[in-house]
Ligand binder design. Structure first.
Ligand SMILES: NC(=O)c1ccc[n+]([C@@H]2O[C@H](COP(=O)([O-])OP(=O)(O)OC[C@H]3O[C@@H](n4cnc5c(N)ncnc54)[C@H](OP(=O)(O)O)[C@@H]3O)[C@@H](O)[C@H]2O)c1
Length: 234
């Protein structure tokens, strides 16, 4: 087991890509801590995984500081936490776009500042395809993703010898689209799948595998890896 004896913290680990990463880290022998806001969902996921759940809001300096005080020194940290509020550029509210940056970008920043990661350990951030493949009405998400990718490169210098990397997912079927009407969600996923060279949308596990690679490959730092089923080449 490649993570035996290692302590792994997944911030955003109660759902989707984070949950899949926590599951994989656990299977690879790590002690796993997951963190997110909704305590009920967090503790249910932690119990199922055999992990520890620590309720945390990445939009709060104090909450993130408290999380890492409780964790102590760790080996690998992964940040998947995000709640995205977007809309047409000219009319989307400033509250919504600020909230998106507060969670997705500043949340990752806070985690990077607060985490005590052992030398040779790693921090993995999660951006997304919109940074280089923009879509209508999602400028703030593209901007947050681009900022995270730049942040990962900078932190690979500032936090060395801790390694810092970023994975950029394509369309992944996770609860992130739970608010969409089910028929529209399935229709969108089917259309995306049909257009991709791999003929399917992604699963949380597809991104978890790349995150595992960042954790275990001691030569990987400052890397941005796009895992998107070929979305960027079609
Ligand atoms: N799924 C995709 O197609 C896709 C594509 C490109 C990029 N991404 C990126 O991949 C990352 C993970 O997405 P996902 O699909 O796994 O989403 P998800 O299933 O909605 O999971 C998001 C997780 O983050 C937590 N979270 C949200 N806001 C938080 C906050 N302020 N503080 C702490 N935890 C918070 C959520 O729990 P609580 O709500 O309980 O806090 C949940 O555990 C995101 O950054 C997303 O933008 C996803």
């Amino acid at each position: 087991m490649s993570l035996a004896g290692k302590k792994v913290v997944v911030v955003g680990g109660s759902s989707g890509i984070g949950l899949a990463t926590a599951e994989l880290a656990k299977r690879e022998g790590a002690e796993v801590i997951i963190a997110s806001r909704n305590a009920e969902r967090l503790q249910a996921a932690a119990a199922k995984l055999g992990a520890t759940g620590i309720a945390t809001d990445v939009a709060s300096d104090a909450s993130v500081a408290e999380l890492f005080k409780k964790c102590g020194a760790v080996d690998h940290v992964v940040v998947t936490a995000a709640q995205l509020k977007t809309g047409p550029f000219k009319t989307v509210s400033m509250d919504d776009v600020r909230a998106t940056m507060e969670g997705k970008f500043w949340g990752a920043w806070r985690v990077a500042r607060a985490a005590e990661i052992r030398a040779g350990g790693s921090l993995t951030l999660v951006s997304g395809f919109l940074s280089i493949r923009p879509r209508p009405n999602s400028a703030i998400v593209g901007a947050a993703n681009g900022a995270l990718e730049s942040l990962a490169r900078s932190l690979a210098i500032d936090l060395a010898p801790v390694r810092v990397n970023c994975v950029s997912p394509g369309i992944i079927d996770t609860p992130i689209r739970a608010a969409m009407p089910e028929a529209a969600r399935l229709d969108m996923l089917a259309k995306v799948a049909a257009a991709l060279p791999v003929g399917r949308v992604g699963l949380g596990e597809d991104i978890a595998q790349q995150i595992m690679c960042f954790m275990t490959n001691g030569f990987a730092t400052g890397s941005i890896v796009y895992i998107d089923g070929g979305g960027l080449i079609v």
